[in-house]
Design a protein around this ligand. Structure first.
Ligand SMILES: [Zn+2]
Length: 142
């Protein structure tokens, strides 16, 4: 990694840290309840245990999800779910890096506006559309 790229990435970690740090305990919670965690391509991936069960059962506004991005953390139902959704979730990491602390609010407002237009909070949310489009494009390339 070039020196400027290194500093840029470090700044992005710091910029998103107020969100990321808040969710770090999820790694231990997952580990202690039968799941695990690991760093993959600069992101802390957490899976299984209580965290995985919670995602599988459903979370507010999104319902049951395979994986969710919170700053530089991606939590998933299982390692397989994380693998399958990696490109999609990395798009959300980039969105977090763009908006920083504001991203959860920006995402939420975009979802509410999608609902007001008669669409779905999740499926018609422009940030989800971007993630799906880029993941589909990446799939097409491989
Ligand atoms: Zn998504």
């Amino acid at each position: 990694m070039k020196k400027t790229a290194y500093w840029r990435q470090l700044l992005l970690y710091v910029w998103v840290a107020p969100i990321t740090v808040w969710c770090l305990p999820l790694a231990l919670l997952a580990k202690w309840t039968g799941g695990g965690y690991a760093i993959h391509s600069g992101v802390l991936e957490i899976w299984g245990g209580w965290v995985g069960q919670r995602l599988d059962r459903g979370i507010p506004f999104l319902g049951a999800v395979n994986a969710i991005t919170i700053g530089h953390i991606v939590a998933g139902v299982s390692p397989q779910h994380l693998h399958n959704s990696r490109v999609h979730e990395r798009v959300h990491v980039t969105q977090f890096e763009h908006w920083g602390l504001l991203f959860p609010f920006v995402y939420f407002i975009a979802g509410i506006r999608a609902q007001q237009r008669g669409g779905s909070f999740y499926w018609d949310n422009p940030y989800e559309i971007e993630a799906r489009t880029r993941a589909a494009a990446a799939k097409g390339k491989s």
